[in-house]
Each structure stands twice: as C-alpha cells, then as structure tokens.
Design a protein around this ligand. Structure first.
Ligand code: EPZ
Length: 420
C-alpha cells in the first residue's frame, strides 16, 4: 500500500487548483439514475470514490462514459437493468446509499445493502428510510439489505427531519422530484452540495423552491430529461489547503475556491491569525503573525464543518495557547488524536470535546489513520513537523484528495509518494 513521506519546515507558497467537490459529485452521479436522457457532469474530480460510484451505476446497467479526453466530464445514461446495490460496493463507500431514492422513484424498486457503521460513527440511514416510507415506499430489511418498493410510484409528503442530514435530504429530494404531488422537506440540510444537486435537478426539469434554505418544496414531475451541469468547487479541499498554508507559515492562492461556501471556517481562521480572502475567482490565504488557539464546534452548514475538524485540530496543535474543539455531528471522529499526539501534539479528549494545547514544534513519526479527513490532518501536521513523517494507508487520502502530494510539492513542500 502506498505511503506519503513529508519532511516538514517549508512554508508553502504558490497556486493550488481546487477540484470539483467529491460530496457534490457523488449525489449528482446518482441523479443520473432519474432520467432516460443523458446527464453530463463537468469539473469531475479524479478520485477513488467517484470511480466507485461509476462502478455502482454500471452495476445498475447505466453507462458512465468520459465525455472529454481529460476525464473531467462524465456522461451518464441508459436504461436501468438491475436494482441491486451489492454489499461489496456499499461497504467501500457509504454514499452508495444515494441510489436508493432515485431507483425507487424511477423504477419502483431498489435493493441496497445496509451500509453499517464506519470509522467515524454508527451513521444510521433511518431518516432516508422514514422519508421514503412517508412517500409511500414499502421498506423491508432482509439479509443485510434494504428492500424498498413502490410499484405504483411514490407520492408527495410533508417530511420534517429531526436533524438536518445531508444524505437523507439528497435521497428524498431526488425521490420527490419524480413523485406524484407536492413534497416539503423541513429542517433540510443546507450544505452547498445540496444546493448544487437542486440546481442540477432543476436543469433536468425538476420543480424545486426554497433552494439554499432549510425548507425545500418539490412539485413532482412525471419524467426528468438530460442536462449538463458543472460541479461546484470542493469546499473541504479548499479549507484543507488553507490550513496547510497556515500550518506551514506560508501563503497560497486557491484557484477556483469559493469563500461563500466556507461558512464559519473563515471567521475561526481569521481569529486564529490566518487571513482568507476572495480575490476574483480565487481565494488567497496568508498566515498573519503567530497562530492563536481558538475554540471551534462542528455544526451543520453554515456552521464549522465536521469534515474540517481534524485538519483544524492539526493547525491548533502548533498554535499559541489552547483550543477546545467540539464534535457534534459524529460520535467517534477523533481517531486522529492519538496519531497527532505521536507527532508531539498535546491533545486530550473529554467526551465530545478535545482540548488542544499548542506546542512549539511537532516531530516526525510513522502514523496512520482510519478515515479520509483524519489522514489529511496527519499530512498537514507533517508539513510543520521536524524531520520525516510517513503517513501509511494512503488509500483513504485517494478517496477524497486528488494528487495531494503533487499539489503540495508544487508549492514547495518536501513531500513524496512511496509506492507500496
Ligand atoms: C455527508 O455524510 C458527507 N458525505 C460527510 O463527508 C459529512 O461528514 C457529513 O455529510 C456531514 O457534513 C457525503 O456527502 C458523501 P449526514 P452523510 O446524514 O450524508 C445522523 C467526508 O469526509 N444520521 O448529514 O452520511 C448521522 O449519523 C464525509 O467527505 C442519522 O441519525 O451525513 C450523523 O450523526 C464523511 N440518521 C448526522 O446525522 C440518518 O438517517 C449527520 O449525518 C442519517 C444521518
């Protein structure tokens, strides 16, 4: 298995291209199941998870073709010949569950493996299932699979989410687009990826109002047509490279990044001593003087993103003073803490909060993490550590960061991939 070796101490300087958002691309690909026409997605990132979703769609009989030579545009379409999402694909990527709503809505049935728990928490899908039941689907759990059927089609419903789940909002939005009648989703998630999905569905002929708010209204239509849609830039990749610039004491330009998608992260970074500003189509990031410890609590968008918690903790581990970092979205998202501590950080976890006491210098070591954002937090810590840091199990990084070592090396980092 590949590893990444980093020798810390070089301030980053230069430009980094921000790719299309993984977490927008995955539901958008699933939306390709909603139409007999072709959905063309552009600005597609080259990531392992995108490849896995393409495999899943192919398994349903739907063709996923490159629409351009550079592999950054996908054309999705074709008849659905199989409604099963098998365990072998779903266990690799939880976002596979996003095919459930589109399949039931379009062909009246789906059999999707239950995703089960994962490294960051139990992550149930009860809200996806309850919403579909309200829309008339009959749900049965059997042999580790969810079987959903609605042979006469789905109907509109008034859905109130007890908590704003990103995935459930996406699944129900897609299902409601083809349901008979009006659906409302109250307390819906408002992440930019949801707005991107709404924009694409509207381009495909869906009737959605309240886009960008926590109350979505969808008037179902009998069929959706093909469309071309550009995926938004990845706000988590943007935030990650902002933290990389900050922890290395450098300054970078993030090409194509959107500050209006970063939510509370911008204010927290500024308080900590990192200036993040939009300059035309790009974002400029500069560490001002010293870094200061600033508390942060993860919340649904536009609050501080849980997907930035690990990277921010790496940054706080070299700040002056202390920071309390509280995780409210997932119950087990601190697996990076013991690994950061192996690099010399001083972090103690108490329930859902971690106290990070800044140290003057981290020191390199062998580390490994069990999820994507935890892995990249170790790369960031390595940029600031004395000596060599070797991050093992790089396949987690490849799920969500395209060419991370090349992007950082182009800005002066001493970093290389060691093929395993
Ligand atoms: C999405 O996951 C993202 N994944 C995650 O990114 C991200 O961390 C998360 O949203 C929160 O922002 C994709 O978009 C593919 P949720 P999702 O449903 O949709 C609970 C990354 O690193 N819940 O908003 O699975 C759930 O357990 C990944 O890129 C239920 O209880 O997240 C969690 O505590 C990791 N029942 C909370 O809601 C349900 O039916 C929010 O989860 C659904 C969710």
């Amino acid at each position: 298995m590949d590893k990444i070796r980093i020798r810390g101490g070089q301030p980053l300087s230069g430009d980094i291209v921000i790719g299309g958002a993984k977490n927008a691309g995955l539901p958008l690909m699933a939306a390709g199941l909603l139409t007999a026409g072709r959905l063309v997605l552009t600005n597609v990132p080259k990531l392992a998870d995108i490849h896995t979703m393409a495999q899943l769609l192919a398994q349903h009989g739907v063709a996923v073709d490159n629409a351009t030579n550079d592999g950054r545009a996908l054309s999705i379409g074709g008849p659905i010949t199989n409604t099963e999402a098998p365990y072998d694909i779903v266990r690799k990527m939880r976002a596979s569950v996003l095919v459930l709503g589109p399949l039931v809505a379009r062909v009246g049935e789906a059999r999707v493996s239950l995703p089960g728990g994962c490294a960051i928490g139990t992550r149930p899908i009860d809200l996806h299932l309850k919403g579909l039941e309200q829309m008339g689907a009959v749900i049965r759990l059997d042999g580790g699979y969810v079987h959903a059927s609605a042979p006469k089609g789905l109907h509109g419903a008034a859905i109130v989410m007890p908590m704003p789940s990103v995935g459930a909002t996406e699944n129900l939005l897609m299902a409601a687009s083809l349901a008979n009648g009006l659906t409302t989703i109250a307390n819906a998630a408002r992440e930019p990826e949801i707005t991107d999905l709404c924009d694409c569905l509207v381009a495909m002929g869906a009737k959605i109002t309240g886009i960008g708010s926590d109350r979505l209204t969808i008037e179902g239509v009998p069929a959706l047509h093909g469309a071309t849609h550009r995926i938004i830039p990845d706000r988590i990749e943007t935030g990650t490279y902002a933290c990389a610039a900050a922890i290395s004491g450098g300054s970078v330009k993030l090409l194509g990044g959107r500050i209006d998608h970063l939510g509370a992260l911008v204010r927290v970074l500024l308080e900590a001593g990192v200036e993040v500003t939009q300059q035309g189509d790009d974002i400029s990031v500069k560490r001002l003087n010293g870094l200061h410890g600033v508390d942060a609590m993860t919340e649904p968008y536009p609050g501080f993103p849980t997907d930035m918690q690990a990277q921010y903790m790496a940054l706080m581990s070299v700040a002056e003073g202390a920071a309390m970092v509280t995780e409210t979205i997932f119950e087990n998202r601190f697996m990076h803490v013991p690994e950061l501590n192996r690099l010399g950080a001083r972090i103690n976890v108490h329930g859902a909060s971690a106290i990070v006491r800044g140290v003057k210098q981290l020191s390199g070591a062998q580390v490994m993490a069990t999820d994507l954002r935890a892995s990249v937090s170790l790369v960031l810590a390595g940029l600031a550590a004395r000596g060599d840091t070797v991050v093992n199990r790089v396949y987690h990084l490849d799920r969500g960061y395209e060419a991370v070592e090349q992007k950082l090396a182009a800005c002066g980092a001493d970093i290389e991939r060691i093929p395993g």
